[in-house]
Every structure is written in structure tokens, then in C-alpha cells.
Design a protein around this ligand. Structure first.
Ligand code: HEC
Ligand code: HEC
Length: 429
């Protein structure tokens, strides 16, 4: 008897899980979840492009400074975003959905779309849609529901620092940061955050509307938004690479084999691109040059220093996130080094699976081809645009045939990508 009971339970929860993935899949592709109905997650993470967009930097509701990374094998990552400012996928999801540069949408809008277009799917995945919220939404247009966004945040750098940056070279930049850090009691990160102060825009209208909402409605909107993120995250967790040529034990060509030895040996790539996905899931400053000089509008991207600062300045948020779903990143958060400078200009080591298919490269999309990347590592620019280059890197000074071997090896890290829509598995060959 117990045996049958167990099967029944396992089957029914799998069915609900399938529905959750299916809902997440549909939301991932739904452009209605954006301020002007033009942007979905897939606009920047398109299956046809191995879940990237093929652009140097992302274009959503507004232009973005960073390159859209591939969202494959996300269940194996520890930190999310180039600067790792998010410790889990559910939390990460909030940023594109409510970020003005990506979807520019709001949790009120998400609740409205779900109540109009996804009610039965929702019920199958999570049970009944909150009744009070449903009737509250029934009398509203999308615009009315959407007019309840989180207060949009704008990065407004300290005007004095901003002016200073416009003329300085890198050493000066660091000196300035140290001086600012001392002023602020020695915390490098608060100096950095001060540089890009996270000022909520004075959206008084929003605050009034949200405050005036009935607590049940507020709570239900947040609850629906949270479950929507769970659904999309469960879909994303199911996007995986299939085994590559090397993993299938297929023979490599002589050039690929030489490239593999260089990668793991003399070239030192595996110092950071290690493990099954060719990433150590850590942050390094490889010393890229920005495509143009900094000025008051084009400020340095501080990378991990900013990501660490985000946890420090947002402890309540990180605590809440980590209370719900603790993971390795959450365990590390209390020990993040806020005094160090090595975080400045550091970015997450990207996975190299399918790297031959996901150009352009780097957090700022500044390198167009694999050749550009290899030429970069072969002859490193003398001075990084931001911070200090990792001690793990030296110019390779390789011959063109060695560089070509490395390229051949990188190309054999390509393999099909599969994802599940809750009903069937799709394979991108
Ligand atoms: C306008 C383009 C755009 C849209 C739309 C967009 N993203 Fe992204 N996504 C990006 C960029 C750019 C980054 C890197 C951001 C950063 O580092 O600050 C990113 C990062 C991510 C990451 C972290 C990847 C990693 O390796 O750390 C995930 C996961 C992700 N997006 C999923 C989503 C989902 C789910 C949606 C829809 C709700 C979405 N994105 C919508 C551009 C976009
Ligand atoms: C010190 C650690 C480190 C070493 C050593 C290193 N990398 Fe990287 N690699 C990174 C980081 C970090 C990034 C992202 C940097 C950024 O965007 O600012 C990166 C980016 C890349 C990219 C771009 C991937 C993408 O999707 O944008 C490729 C390709 C790459 N590395 C290949 C190599 C090769 C080949 C070697 C050896 C010659 C190598 N790397 C050595 C850390 C390293």
C-alpha cells in the first residue's frame, strides 16, 4: 500500500513540477512582460544563439553597458551576473524584469499578465491564484496594474568623483578611491558605492500608490511575483549543454590535442577556466581596455567590487534571499573581502562551453572574435582600464600556429544545447 502511495505522490509532484517548468518556459518567451511589449528574456537569451543575443552589449527597453551572457548550465553556477551581485537565480530574475534597461516591467504588471493569460497554468503549477488579487486586477487595465513598479533606481555618481574620473588614468583612479575609502572609515566598498550612489528616484507617486494599497493586495502581488520567478528559474535550470567531443571520448585532431595541452599547460588558461565548464566560478581582473576613454557619462565598470558592495549595502535583501534558499554563495557572503582592491575591475570567469558560438566576448562585448580574444591574451595591453590585472596572467608571446591550436581546442568545446518546456525536450544542434 505504502508503495503505491509513494508512486502517486512522486507522480503528482512531478506533474506540478512539469507545469512549473512549462509556465516558466512560456513566461521566458513572453514579450507582453515588458514596458512596451517588445522584450522577453529570449530577446537577449535566444535559443537560436545558444541563449545569447549576438550583440556586443544588450539592448532592451534601454541600452545596457554589459554583454548578455549565455544562460546555459546555470544550475552549476554559484554567483550570477558578471559581477556576481546575485547569489541565486530566483533573486537574479528580479533585475531583468523590473530593471529599466531590460524589461522595464513591474510586479504589478506581472501579476496582471498572469491573471489574464496564465490562470489555468498557474493553478496547475502552484494552486489557486490569490482570489482577492484576482478580483482587484479584474477591474484594472494593464497600465493601471503596471503603474505599481518598484521605485526605479538610478546610479548617480558623486559629482566630485565623477568629475575627477573624467580626466584620470588608472593609478590616479585607485589613489582617489583609497582617499575616498579613508574618508569613509576605510571601507573600499562604500567608497565605490559612493561613486555610483544608488539613489532611488524621487518617485513619490509610486510610493503613495504602493503605500495606499491594501496589505493583502501588496502581499499577494509580491507572492505571485516570487512564484513567477520560481517558475522562470526552474525553466532556466533545465537548459543544459550535451557532452562535447572531448567528453564523449571522440578522438581529437592533432591541432586540437596540441591546443588542449597548451590550454591546460603553458598557456595557463586552466588557472581560471577550470572544471567541467571551464570556469572556476570566481572573479578576476584580466585587464581589458575599454573601447573608449572614461568621461562623466562613460564611467569605469568596477565589476566585482560593485557586486560585493551590493551585498554590503543591501544586507537585508541578501539575508532575505539567503534565508529562503541558502547555497554556496550565501555561505560566502559574510566573508566577502570588502577591504581588498583585487575585486576592482574583476568579472566572473565565463564558462567556455560553446564559446565558438557565442561571440562577441567579455563583459563589455569588446572582443569580436576568438582570434581577438587569443590576440588579447597573447599580447596583453600594458595598462588595464580599471584596477590591477591578476597576477595569474602574463602575455603568452605564442607563435601564430600555437594560437591556432588554442583556437582549434576552443572550437571543440561546442556541443548541442537542450532545454525542456515542461512537455518536450528541444535540442539546438
Ligand atoms: C535586454 C537584454 C536582457 C534581457 C531582456 C534579459 N537579460 Fe538576462 N542578462 C542580460 C545581461 C546584459 C546580463 C549580465 C548583466 C550584468 O552582469 O550586469 C544578464 C544576465 C543574466 C543571468 C546571469 C547569467 C550569469 O552567467 O551570471 C541570467 C540567469 C539571466 N540573465 C536570465 C534572464 C531572464 C530569466 C530574463 C527574463 C526574465 C532575462 N535574463 C532578461 C541581458 C538580458
Ligand atoms: C586570471 C584568470 C584567467 C586566465 C588565466 C584566463 N582567463 Fe579567459 N577569462 C577570464 C575572465 C575573468 C574572463 C571575463 C573577463 C571580462 O569580461 O572582463 C575571461 C574571458 C574569456 C573568454 C571570453 C568568453 C566569453 O564568453 O565572453 C575567452 C574565450 C577566454 N577567456 C579564453 C581564455 C583562454 C584561451 C585563456 C588562456 C590563454 C584564458 N582565457 C586565460 C579569466 C581568465
Amino acid at each position: 500500500m505504502k508503495y503505491f502511495f509513494f508512486i502517486f505522490v512522486a507522480f503528482s509532484s512531478n506533474a506540478a513540477f512539469g507545469e512549473t517548468i512549462s509556465l516558466g518556459h512560456d513566461l521566458f518567451f513572453d514579450k507582453r512582460l515588458s514596458a512596451h511589449g517588445l522584450v522577453s528574456c529570449a530577446s537577449c537569451h535566444s535559443p537560436a544563439k545558444y541563449f545569447t543575443d549576438g550583440e556586443a552589449t544588450a539592448r532592451g527597453e534601454q541600452p545596457n553597458r554589459r554583454n548578455s551572457p549565455s544562460v546555459v548550465d546555470m544550475d552549476r553556477r554559484i554567483w550570477f551576473m558578471w559581477d556576481g551581485r546575485s547569489p541565486n537565480l530566483e533573486h537574479q530574475m528580479t533585475m531583468p524584469l523590473e530593471g529599466p534597461a531590460e524589461h522595464g516591467f513591474s510586479r504589478g504588471g506581472v501579476a496582471w499578465i498572469i491573471s489574464r493569460h496564465y490562470k489555468s497554468q498557474w493553478t496547475q503549477a502552484f494552486g489557486e491564484f490569490p482570489k482577492a488579487l484576482d478580483s482587484w486586477l479584474a477591474g484594472k487595465t494593464l497600465d493601471e496594474a503596471h503603474a505599481l513598479p518598484i521605485p526605479s533606481q538610478k546610479f548617480a555618481p558623486d559629482p566630485l568623483l565623477r568629475e575627477a574620473i573624467s580626466t584620470m588614468d588608472d593609478t590616479e583612479f585607485m589613489r582617489l578611491l583609497f582617499a575616498e575609502a579613508q574618508k569613509r572609515g576605510g571601507l573600499m566598498q562604500s567608497a565605490l558605492m559612493g561613486l555610483y550612489q544608488n539613489e532611488p528616484t524621487t518617485n513619490g507617486e509610486w510610493t503613495t500608490r504602493w503605500t495606499e494599497l491594501h496589505p493583502t493586495i501588496k502581499e499577494s502581488i509580491n507572492h505571485v511575483f516570487e512564484l513567477a520567478r520560481v517558475a522562470v528559474a526552474s525553466f532556466v535550470r533545465g537548459i543544459h549543454t550535451q557532452p562535447s567531443k572531448t567528453e564523449k571520448g571522440l578522438p581529437l585532431t592533432a591541432a586540437e590535442e596540441r591546443g588542449r595541452s597548451l590550454f591546460h599547460g603553458k598557456a595557463g588558461c586552466a588557472n581560471c577556466h577550470s572544471g567541467p565548464d571551464f570556469t572556476d566560478d570566481q572573479f578576476h581582473n584580466i585587464g581589458l581596455r575599454e573601447p573608449k576613454p572614461f568621461d562623466a557619462e562613460f564611467l569605469p565598470d568596477l565589476g566585482r567590487a560593485f557586486g560585493v558592495g551590493a551585498y554590503r549595502n543591501n544586507t537585508n535583501d541578501s539575508k532575505q534571499i539567503c534565508m529562503k534558499k541558502s547555497n554556496q554563495a550565501c555561505l560566502e557572503v559574510p566573508y566577502l573581502n570588502v577591504y581588498g582592491t583585487e575585486a576592482t575591475g574583476s568579472f566572473k570567469t565565463p564558462s567556455l562551453r560553446n564559446v565558438a558560438r557565442t561571440a562577441p566576448y567579455m563583459h563589455n562585448g569588446s572582443l569580436k572574435t576568438l582570434e581577438d580574444v587569443l590576440n588579447f591574451y597573447n599580447d596583453l595591453p600594458a595598462k588595464p582600464s580599471v584596477g590591477k590585472r591578476s597576477g595569474l596572467l602574463r602575455s603568452l608571446g605564442f607563435t601564430s600556429s600555437e594560437l591556432n591550436d588554442l583556437k582549434e581546442f576552443l572550437q571543440c568545446l561546442s556541443s548541442p544545447v537542450e532545454y525542456h518546456d515542461g512537455r518536450t525536450t528541444h535540442v539546438i544542434p
